[in-house]
Design a protein around this ligand. Structure first.
Ligand SMILES: [Zn+2]
Length: 265
């Protein structure tokens, strides 16, 4: 078989798995957002060489010197080439949800791009960079409020009410995961008949436990990732491709089938 035909065949099989499953869950990682211009800090990127995230985004370091974290955030923000927006991979997942072929997204990302793309059911197991909280009085601040503070050269943003230090709701290295989202994600991993693993190398735990649970239960799993993962032998179908290239084809195939069914009725 030619390469293109092989790929088409795999896309058809994937669409069939999506159509056959009762509960479909997507599990996404940094790889889905790099196509939107967000840099994966595991990749080779200048900023992360200057600011080692394992140090600058470390929970213990933050508690001692929050200024370091916020300096990194500010530089990252101004270092971007353009506005970060959902890419075709995010939009395809949003479309699958609209077609009732995707029940939930579990994401390791903190960028909020799934919600911007239109997905309603998104579980952020590593928190969110869109909000911050005062560490003293727990008041919430939006990303816009934080950006304004950074703009005003407030190097460590503080609370308007009590001057407490603000912490992004992003889970930092060494910080415990928020319990509720992870438990909810676990529930979905126990319920899924099919998991689409997208843009994750499955090396971060306990996040990687979630696809593992689906596989261990003998359910179906599809991987779309540029590189190999430790669980590749267990996936039903694997695409070492960009998600933005593959997922729109899944949507196209699924729509074709749903269309057929409607005509038959
Ligand atoms: Zn406060």
């Amino acid at each position: 078989m030619k390469l293109v035909e092989e790929l088409e065949e795999k896309i058809r099989k994937s669409a069939q798995l999506i159509l056959d499953a009762k509960v479909v869950v997507a599990f996404t990682g940094a790889g889905i957002s790099t196509e939107s211009g967000l840099k994966d800090f595991r990749g080779d990127y200048g900023l992360w060489k200057k600011f080692d995230p394992y140090y600058y985004a470390n929970y213990r370091v933050f508690l001692e010197r929050p200024k370091l974290y916020w300096t990194m955030v500010k530089e990252e923000r101004y270092g971007r080439d353009k506005k970060v927006e959902p890419n075709p991979a995010h939009l395809a997942l949003a479309e699958l949800e609209v077609m009732n072929r995707l029940d939930c997204i579990i994401t390791q990302n903190v960028d909020g791009l799934h919600q911007i793309a239109g997905n309603k059911k998104v579980i952020e197991i590593h928190g969110s960079s869109r909000t911050s909280h005062c560490m003293k009085c727990k008041r919430e601040f939006s990303y816009g409020e934080i950006a304004a503070k950074l703009e005003l050269d407030e190097i460590t943003p503080t609370c308007n009410d009590c001057r407490g230090v603000l912490k992004s709701d992003t889970v930092l290295f060494g910080e415990p995961l928020p319990v509720e989202p992870f438990n909810e994600a676990l529930w979905w991993a126990e319920s899924a008949d099919l998991m689409l693993v997208i843009g994750s190398s499955l090396t971060v735990f306990p996040a990687a436990e979630l696809p593992k649970r689906v596989i261990q239960r003998g359910k179906k799993a599809i991987l779309i990732n540029l590189t190999e993962t430790p669980f590749d032998a267990d996936f039903d179908l694997i695409f070492y491709e960009k998600a933005g290239k593959i997922l729109p084809f899944f949507v196209k195939e699924v729509r074709k089938e749903i269309g057929h069914t409607k005509e038959q009725l």
